[in-house]
Design a protein around this ligand. Structure first.
Ligand code: IPD
Ligand code: CA
Ligand code: CA
Length: 272
């Protein structure tokens, strides 16, 4: 299957999952479980949506691997070349989903041999379906997306996010206190996938965050990159859970250097 075909399937599934979430979201969704901390919540619909996404992938492509935030990494049946793995966050921005804020999305990235080649972010309440295929550009509603270019750091609107653990937030707040006076302003949207799509569409100029997981940025990272942004970690590393930075070339380097000087890949001692 070509990346375009994988994208078409990912898109259909993300649309169906979005319909399920819109139809079933109660006025006040209930927290049924927590993960890394008491504020890292799971609703019944996170699980139901991931189950639906897994079932739809399996029905068409039973041999593929699936990594999902709620259900873990289930290996596929195809060894060697051409291995396909789906990387799924059924609701990215669960806290927004819980409170009825609009920035949440279904994120589906598709890897072939370890590289993301197609990605869909369905920002359901915003009515926006972002897509990208590697080498084919990033798209929203039939329009090709281009990130903002030529923006210096002191004029840049920068999105970021915070982890769920208090010990991480202590350092994130320290770093933010140094970043805030050096940029136009900061946005904390509440969904890494939507933030990356906002870099792609020019709603923000850049993004950085410590602690995001692969399923948070697999699809959005491709969408931002295909819109012309650079995405990576500190000191030439690929983007990773320690730190993800995303912005147009030029701003990327300025933001990178500011962050690198602040030693952002650390957590405070537990209980700080
Ligand atoms: C979270 C969102 C949030 C980011 C957190 C993520 P979740 O994902 O992407 O913007 O700041 O790091 O964990 O828990 O809503 O799927
Ligand atoms: Ca997420
Ligand atoms: Ca999630």
């Amino acid at each position: 299957m070509l990346p375009d075909d994988l994208l078409a399937l990912a898109k259909d599934i993300a649309v169906e999952a979005g319909e399920l979430l819109l139809a079933k979201r109660p006025a006040r969704p209930e927290v049924i479980d927590t993960k890394s901390s008491p504020t890292d919540v799971v609703t019944a619909l996170d699980r139901e949506t991931e189950d639906l996404i897994r079932a739809r992938i399996k029905a068409v492509r039973p041999a593929d691997a699936i990594l999902g935030e709620e259900g873990g990494d289930v290996p596929g049946a195809v060894p060697g070349q051409g291995r396909v793995r789906w990387v799924v966050d059924p609701i990215d921005g669960t806290v927004n989903f819980l409170y009825g804020l609009p920035a949440w999305a279904i994120s589906i990235g598709v890897e072939v041999d370890g590289e993301i080649v197609a990605g869909v972010v369905n920002a359901v309440p915003m009515g926006e379906l972002y897509t990208a295929v590697k080498g084919g550009g990033a798209w929203l509603a039939g329009e090709r997306l281009h990130c903002n270019t030529g923006v210096p750091l002191d004029r840049a609107l920068i999105a970021t996010g915070f982890g769920y653990a208090a010990s991480r937030r202590v350092v994130q707040a320290e770093v933010l206190a140094q970043v805030l006076p050096r940029v136009r302003d900061i946005r904390r949207g509440g969904s890494c996938a939507v933030d990356l799509c906002s870099v792609a569409s020019g709603r923000v100029d850049g993004y950085y965050e410590r602690g995001t997981q692969y399923w948070d940025h697999a699809a959005g990272g491709l969408i931002a990159a295909e819109a012309g942004a650079r995405i990576g970690g500190l000191h030439g590393k690929p983007y990773n859970p320690e730190l993800t930075i995303c912005a147009a070339p030029g701003l990327f380097e300025e933001l990178h250097d500011l962050l690198a000087a602040l030693d952002p890949e650390r957590d405070a001692p537990t209980g700080a």
